[in-house]
Design a protein around this ligand. Structure first.
Ligand code: FAD
Length: 387
């Protein structure tokens, strides 16, 4: 995206406030700043600390990160998986093996990487600072209003104005609530455990260098390497009748986690044996929103399309949103830009939300699963990487 494409319009936004310095907020801020917009981010947390675990960055996301000049900064943190696999939880038999590595890079023109969220976050923050983005920490946005002249966000101790506001404030979005009222989460009947383990601490069977879904009855577990292979990331999903917390920081009990996966393949149990800390969160669904923007406020990422993690596309969809919003805001007056952004992004993000939801049933062996598993997963593995 070159800066020369920029066309000056009456009603074109110049001053932008982004609410939330997560993956989507930082990416959109970076893209806009590179196009000459003045961007301020308000983030509620008081420090940008190392939180989270692994993310999968498929070529659709990598193309945006390359376009915004950040791919090279990420390379030293990444791990390139050789295959995407679905395997039997007990025997280890392969139901699906799809090539990643060089094959996917040649096919789609960008790599497929695993990365720690904290590494991606850190590099985005640095790139934002270099591009002139102002990031205000410890600034929780509490309210919003707009009129024909301004968009205004209300913070605890101040009131800030801009031409437009981008609500990139994640799954519990305040900006979404201010626009549309409370959207009650719907518990999916599943909880997820996550953790990272130093590869050197794993005794016994070592994992292959792949992104693997271990499919089992009413449960599944995903494993892959991070940070050049020095760490292993896992997410284990279990069906449960009741659970409330949806926080990324809720600690889980490691012994309980291990007890749920007794009898699973040694590649799985050796990772769980080496684990000394885990986090547990409830997987909630949310209805599709009737709209993604008001006159001067637009939503992005999990704020408008939170998704279950069964296609590993949550971060990628936020990154794609950022690209489309930067492109439209650069070319059009913001009212048209918001319309075009929503019309391009909503059908795609909704389809990915739906597919992610459907994958849980596949991975948990519901129904006559074997043939379905192969066919559906094959389609899913490649369909969304190519944009
Ligand atoms: P997020 O990346 O969730 O960012 C939202 C940001 O908005 C956060 O920084 C939040 O503090 C801020 N915010 C919220 N409300 C306000 C407010 N009122 N005022 C100001 N700021 C506000 N996904 C994974 O797949 N693996 C992980 O390990 C993982 N770890 C995560 C850890 C944390 C702490 C968080 C917040 C999210 C994590 N995610 C993880 C989710 C993943 O980052 C998102 O699903 C995806 O990247 C979409 O990004 P987003 O920008 O829409 O939202």
């Amino acid at each position: 995206m070159s800066k020369e494409n920029t066309v000056a319009h009456f009603d074109q936004a110049k001053h932008v406030i982004v609410v939330g310095a997560g993956i989507g907020g930082l990416t959109v801020a970076l893209g806009l700043a590179k196009q000459g917009f003045h961007v301020r981010i308000f983030e509620q947390t008081s420090a940008l600390s190392e939180v989270g675990a692994g993310l999968q960055l498929s070529p659709n996301a990598m193309k945006v990160l390359r376009e915004f000049g950040i791919k090279d900064r990420l390379e030293s943190h990444a791990f390139t998986p050789q295959k995407a696999c679905i395997r039997d939880y007990h025997s280890g038999r392969y139901y699906l093996e799809a090539p990643l590595g060089k094959h996917i890079e040649q096919r789609y023109g960008a790599p497929y990487w695993h990365i720690h969220r904290a590494d991606l976050h850190k590099e985005l923050v640095q790139a934002c600072y270099s591009a002139g983005v102002e990031i205000e920490l410890d600034h929780k946005v509490l309210g919003y209003r707009e009129d024909h002249k301004n968009a205004t966000v209300l913070l605890e101790n101040s009131t800030e104005h801009a031409d437009i506001v981008i609500g990139a404030d994640g799954i519990h979005s305040k900006m979404r609530e201010l626009m549309l009222g409370v959207q009650a989460p719907i518990f999916t009947g599943q909880v997820a455990w996550r953790g990272t383990v130093p590869a050197a601490a794993i005794k016994g069977t070592m994992m292959e260098p792949n992104a693997t879904v271990w499919a089992g009855p009413n449960k599944h577990l995903v494993t892959y390497y991070l940070r050049g292979g020095e760490w292993v990331n896992f997410i284990a999903v279990e069906e449960r009748a009741e659970w409330r917390s949806e926080s990324w920081r809720e600690a889980g009990d490691v012994e309980e986690l291990r007890s749920k996966f007794v009898g699973w393949h040694p590649e799985v149990t050796s990772v769980l044996e080496a684990c000394d800390e885990t986090f547990l969160w409830a997987l909630n669904g949310r209805p599709t929103l009737p709209k993604w923007h008001d006159e001067r406020l637009v939503l992005l990422g999990d704020a408008c399309h939170p998704m279950l993690p069964f296609m590993a596309q949550g971060a990628a969809m936020a990154i794609e949103d950022a690209f489309v919003l930067v492109t439209t805001l650069t070319k059009y007056p913001f009212k048209d830009a918001f319309e075009k952004y929503e019309s391009v992004r909503k059908p795609r993000a909704t389809a990915v939300q739906r597919q992610s939801r459907d994958n849980a049933a596949l991975y948990h062996m519901h129904g006559g699963w074997e043939g379905r598993l192969k066919l559906k997963a094959l389609g899913v593995a490649s369909k969304y990487f190519s944009r």
